[in-house]
Design a protein around this ligand. Structure first.
Ligand code: ATP
Ligand code: ATP
Length: 573
């Protein structure tokens, strides 16, 4: 019989700074060699469970524990962090806080140094993983200077070299481009099989996690385990949606088309869905009601980029070079492409944080003549990492800060901040300190702090990374509403469905170059561009192909239109 390597028995945990327990009477057994997905809405307690498995609770995050949690046979209340380092390797949600080395190479080697391995063996192991993860050219770079996705891959390498019996991944995919996301899941699968490791993955991107087999999905809601079942069973019961986690897109589309999922035996892989003529027919009939999509873009030029470029360091290849494009008033643009392609660099240039080799004009005004503060009045920028933006202690003050700096009266501030808090799902937390928020909640605070200023152009660097589905739809619905009012929105995203559903124009980047400026659907029908920019077709395309539908793009469009029916602009007025 297999032994549990992790066991929670009536386990509750209350952070010292909280009045109520975050985990409530949890019972969970995970056997050696199992691969588990922990899913649930933002703030439900997933990372808190993770922190019990790697010893951060109770060694760093202190609080009140009742019940028992045994990891590798040891009671977590009696195990030091040092001991945990031999049992559990973790990718933290916030990769930045995890780096120790001065260079990427040193950082990956850190776990091996801890294990006192000989130098030659260490070099070999680091190089081997760097090769596998295609980050060899980054080994001498400082971890802090990496792009968001590169950081994530380096953190992954640090976990993989360690070969611990428990591998814990807290949102390993959040900043990865679609191709790297799939590759990461395949690598995790491979290493798990090789080491017979126990793998726990915490992720909002459920569909990508399911690209490889998962033994069980454990659903967490409000600090409790509300389901613990094999993937197929859970998908049949539609348990994900019930707690606000996104069901895989192809299943949502089949449901929208009126197909009865309970009659289908295996739902967890498109390839295993029964190829029946009646399902094809049902899908095809449904597609025929596609209305035309409206666009609010005026084609009035707003922001002109002319040979934009920057070099951080003369010894590095150009992170961004020779980018020319015109953004129009009312555009809803997605910036997509490979990790490290220069997307964030472009936004930093537009905001004036770093120098520009070319020229940028906003309504014919040269941005070079404006200070960063003056630019910020016109162009709001929500950074990828919320910790780099937050300066206040309390949530309300953080969101009010920009208005206070602009001398807005307190009554208006209160009204605007409260409205934004509601839109971003943060109203119940308005009196909380930011330090008591989950990572996803912090990210929402930073989005709120920019939205409240209502700038002319809003640039958001992966606003939905690490967000649950409910928040994702609320944030995107709100941005769509702002766009309808004429605001220009630019989003950096790795979410291909977001790009298709919400944006009307895509700029695709690879290795510092703009390689396409086209409609999202055109982009995802071009195999060459998909490959070059490390993109991926969504599962809606795959479903349409599986059922031999004559026009897969039309099917994707039909689904998007069926989703859009659910938006109500009044919600935001
Ligand atoms: N360091 C902390 N101090 C006090 N309270 C905390 C701390 N970290 C988390 N919490 C509380 O625990 C709740 C759950 O946080 P946790 O990070 O476990 O959620 P999560 O499910 O991983 O969310 P997300 O998907 O947004 O990352 C938070 O809403 C917050 O109330
Ligand atoms: N401060 C810096 N110093 C040196 N190099 C940097 C710095 N910031 C970024 N880079 C490098 O510039 C390149 C482009 O980075 P950028 O953050 O613009 O990529 P990105 O397309 O936004 O990636 P991701 O999708 O992973 O967020 C990367 O190779 C990165 O390592």
């Amino acid at each position: 019989m297999t032994e549990p390597i992790i066991e929670f028995k009536d386990f509750s945990f209350k952070y010292n700074s909280q009045a109520e327990p975050t985990l409530k009477k949890i019972n969970l057994k995970i056997n050696k060699g199992e691969k588990i997905l922990l899913a649930g809405p933002s703030g439900s307690g997933k990372s808190t469970i993770g922190r019990c498995l790697n010893g951060l609770i109770p060694n760093i995050d202190q609080g009140n524990i009742t019940g028992k949690c045994l990891v590798n046979g040891k009671d977590i209340t009696k195990t030091s962090l040092f001991d945990f380092s031999f049992t559990t390797s973790t990718i933290l949600q916030d990769a930045d806080s995890q780096f120790i080395g001065l260079t990427v190479g040193e950082d990956i080697a850190f776990a091996l140094e801890n294990d006192c391995q000989p130098k030659a063996k260490m070099h070999h192991t680091v190089n081997q993983w760097a090769e596998e993860l295609q980050i060899k050219e980054l080994l001498k770079q400082s971890p802090q200077s990496l792009s968001g996705g590169q950081k994530q891959i380096v953190a992954l390498a640090g976990v993989l070299v360690d070969e611990s019996p428990i591998l814990l991944f807290d949102e390993p995919l959040a900043n990865l481009d679609p191709a790297s996301g799939l590759k990461t899941m395949a690598i995790i699968d491979k290493i798990q099989k090789e080491l017979n490791a126990t793998v726990i993955i915490i992720e909002h991107r459920v569909e990508e996690v399911l690209s490889q087999p998962i033994d069980r999905i454990v659903l967490v809601n409000d600090g409790q385990i509300v389901a613990d079942e094999p993937t197929n069973q859970l998908l049949h019961e539609n348990s994900l949606e019930k707690i606000g986690v996104r069901q895989p897109l192809y299943l949502k589309a089949m449901t929208a088309a009126g197909i009865n999922l309970s009659s289908i035996k295996k739902l967890d892989k498109i390839a295993d869905l029964p190829t029946s003529d009646s399902i094809s027919q049902e899908l095809e009939n449904w597609v025929d009601q596609v209305p035309v999509k409206e666009s609010t873009a005026t084609h009035q030029p707003l922001l002109k980029l002319d040979h934009v470029g920057h070099q951080y360091n003369k010894n590095q290849p150009y992170p961004l070079k020779d980018v020319s494009a015109t953004i129009n008033q009312g555009d809803f643009i997605s910036i997509v492409g490979q990790n490290g392609a220069g997307k964030t660099t472009l936004c930093r240039i537009i905001c004036g944080f770093i120098s520009n080799e070319g020229k940028i004009t906003l309504k014919d005004q040269d941005l070079a003549n404006l200070s960063i503060k003056e630019r910020a009045e016109k162009i709001g920028y929500v950074m990828q990492d919320p910790n780099q933006m937050i300066s206040q202690k309390m949530i309300f003050d953080e969101i009010a800060l920009g208005l206070r700096l602009r001398n807005v009266d307190e009554e208006t501030i209160k009204q605007k901040v409260n409205q934004t808090l509601k839109i971003c799902g943060l109203y119940p937390f308005r009196h909380w300190p930011i330090s008591a928020l989950s990572f996803g909640q912090k990210k929402r605070v930073t989005i709120a702090s920019i939205l409240v200023l209502e700038p002319e152009i809003i640039i958001l660097d992966e606003p939905t990374a690490g967000q649950d589905w409910k928040t994702y739809t609320e944030i995107m619905g709100f941005l769509k509403h702002l766009n309808k009012l004429g605001k220009t929105i630019i989003i950096i995203t790795h979410d291909m469905h977001l790009m298709l559903e919400y944006t009307t124009r895509s700029l695709a980047f690879t290795k510092g170059k703009l390689i396409a400026d086209t409609s999202p659907i055109e982009l995802l029908t071009n195999p060459k561009l998909i490959k070059e920019a490390s993109l991926k077709r969504t599962s809606l395309f795959e479903l349409a192909q599986h059922y031999d539908l004559p026009d897969p793009n039309k099917f994707v469009q039909a689904y998007i239109n069926s989703e859009q029916k659910n938006w109500k602009d009044e919600d935001y007025e």
